[in-house]
Design a binder for this molecule. Structure first.
Ligand SMILES: Nc1nc2c(ncn2[C@@H]2O[C@H](COP(=O)(O)OP(=O)(O)O)[C@@H](O)[C@H]2O)c(=O)[nH]1
Ligand SMILES: [Mg+2]
Length: 375
């Protein structure tokens, strides 16, 4: 049997340490948030990443005028620039600060990977300095988007005129309208999901996991990410594993791949500490559940349809079965995390065990598997 697989025992699989390892290995994207003073940069950061990321004080002055928010609990580094006062001499200070951290030739972990350039719609105009900085950032080949913040301060006509001005700066410049107030009348103008999707798309593959797991909410985006990246990767690994015929149980060979996939799915949905939904953390709670109760049920329900499993007879899984097993488990796990997170976001006092229990997951896997086999 293959080294490292033959002695895999599901009882030994420690999802918590797997998660810790994932957290340690994660590569964090660096996002710069800039714009004038009071345009809503800190509010935007908090709105996207959880309640008080930009205020809880662990922002470290990095260079002049730029604070870095980073912690071992978060999988993203945020650079919050001190703004400039409109028309003041501090504009050149601001400009130099921004330039000093935009080192496009830096190593990947030092680089700014994208910029959210905040422009307050409430100011009803775009200042020359903002125009200049957006063009400078773009010329350096760093993805930049204009976030039109505080849109509750303008009417439709004023907003249209602002957008026209942005187009004149650069007709290809991506922009998103935003407001951090909860106002149902403004809902269609708050392009939060769109900003998150754009930001994810700009990042190199290796940095996407860190970003998506750090944002608060955005469940549709997380679901897509799990489907298109996490599950797809695990399927590819499973196929590679069963491709080489080796004696022993292929099911056991697949088990570590499946469990690692489960950890990644939970990581994607489970927000980090600072962005936690409330006091209890999806991640750590689910992990201990999955670790203790679910893993056997998960694997058991997958393997029970493979003839000869557990009988000591050599079990060979073909690529079709490996694909279906991996996909159905991934999909089931994703659905459970989605439903649970959704309930939490709606403020319901949800019981973890209602969502994550061995019966639910076995049933889900079975349903999804049958649906896939009948396709
Ligand atoms: N009306 C309105 N006020 C906002 C909005 N976002 C932030 N603010 C307020 O604008 C002020 C400046 O926000 P802050 O995030 O500190 O701006 P920063 O200086 O760019 O970091 C604060 O009083 C916020 O509460 C918004 O969308 N609409
Ligand atoms: Mg601020």
């Amino acid at each position: 049997m293959k080294e490292g697989y033959c002695d895999f025992d599901i009882n030994d699989f420690d999802l918590n340490s797997e998660l810790e390892k994932l957290q340690m290995d994660i590569q964090k994207p660096n996002i710069l948030v800039c714009g004038g003073t009071g345009v809503g940069k800190s509010s935007l950061i908090n709105n996207i990443f959880g309640k008080e990321v930009a205020e809880i004080g662990h922002g470290v002055p990095l260079t002049r005028g730029i604070k870095k928010y980073s912690s071992t609990d978060t999988s993203v580094n945020l650079y919050d620039s001190e703004g400039y006062e409109t028309g003041s001499e501090r504009q050149s200070y601001y400009e130099n600060n921004i330039l000093s951290i935009l080192n496009e030739n830096a190593a990947v972990e030092e680089k700014i990977h994208e910029v959210w350039y905040c422009i307050s719609a409430a100011n009803k105009r775009i200042f020359d300095i903002d125009q200049k900085m957006i063009c400078t950032i773009k010329d350096k080949g760093i993805p930049v988007t204009a976030v039109l913040t505080q849109i509750d301060g303008v009417d439709e006509i004023e907003l249209t005129s602002l957008i026209l001005s942005l187009r004149q700066i650069d007709s290809n410049l991506k922009y998103f309208t935003y407001c951090t107030l909860e106002d149902s009348n403004l809902e269609e103008y708050i392009q939060r999901d769109e900003l998150i999707r754009w930001s994810l798309d700009q990042l190199p593959e290796a940095l996407k996991a860190g970003f998506i797991s750090s944002v608060y909410g955005a469940l549709e985006e997380k679901k897509e990410y799990v489907k298109n990246v996490v599950i797809r990767d695990a399927v590819a690994q499973a196929l590679a594993a069963v491709y080489v015929p080796i004696p022993g149980s292929d099911a056991l060979l697949l088990a570590p791949i499946q469990m690692r996939m489960v950890s990644k799915i939970i990581k994607t949905y489970g927000t980090d500490k600072v962005a936690s939904l409330t006091t209890s953390l999806l991640e750590s709670q689910v992990m201990s559940y999955v670790g203790k109760n679910l893993s056997k049920a998960v694997l058991g329900s997958m393997f029970k349809f493979i003839p000869g499993i557990g009988t000591g007879v050599s079990n060979v899984i073909n690529s079709g079965i490996a694909t279906i097993m991996t996909k159905s488990l991934g999909e089931a796990m994703s659905q459970m995390c989605y439903k649970y997170s959704n309930a939490r976001l709606r403020g319901e006092d949800v019981e973890l065990v209602k969502y994550f229990n061995p019966e639910t997951i076995s049933d889900l896997i079975e349903t999804i598997r049958l649906a896939m086999q009948n396709q």
